[in-house]
Design a protein around this ligand. Sequence first.
Ligand SMILES: Cc1cc2nc3c(=O)[nH]c(=O)nc-3n(C[C@H](O)[C@H](O)[C@H](O)COP(=O)(O)O)c2cc1C
Length: 174
Amino acid sequence: MIKPTPIDEEIQIDPKRYLVSRTDKHGVIDFANDYFAEISGYSKEELIGKPHSLIRHPDMPKIIFKLMWDRIQKGENLLALIKNLAKDGRYYWVFTSFEPQRDTDTGEIFGYKASRKAAPKDAVEIIDALYKKLVALEKEGGMEASFEYLDKFLKEKDPNLEIQDLMENIHKFY
Ligand SMILES: Cc1cc2nc3c(=O)[nH]c(=O)nc-3n(C[C@H](O)[C@H](O)[C@H](O)COP(=O)(O)O)c2cc1C
């Protein structure tokens, strides 16, 4: 998959609109709403059937996606601030709510849905600094190093704090 070269230019998200996508169990996109397609810069035809990592920005730490997958595969939701890469190389920050999709009869997870909205600038500043640190650690020591740092970072704030609590608290605060 040819990925765009990131450029240091931000796309502003309309605070009144949601960017929605859905995937199968493996993270392959099977639905995108109009606004998601518009902001990503890809047509729906280009998005559907592609792995969601198509819009992964290299500034995103691996550990965040690992924690996200661990939770949604267990049937839990997760709210996280995500920096995404558009087709033209620009970026956009979004508060993303990841949720499992269950079969109404069997309860079995058949896919996942993500709803995204504009992220407040102050929250982005806090999380951007944290993600930069995590990415730098991953370059040297892999996900073990970033996990260790994140764990300590959260425990120092509150011994029971987990990543989704931090994200949710930032969210509630603004
Ligand atoms: C419903 C759903 C939505 C997702 N949305 C995004 C997204 O907006 N941006 C992103 O980088 N990854 C998203 N992912 C995660 C990707 O599937 C992938 O794990 C991530 O981009 C990391 O890619 P990698 O595992 O190839 O490094 C989403 C996954 C699911 C299940």
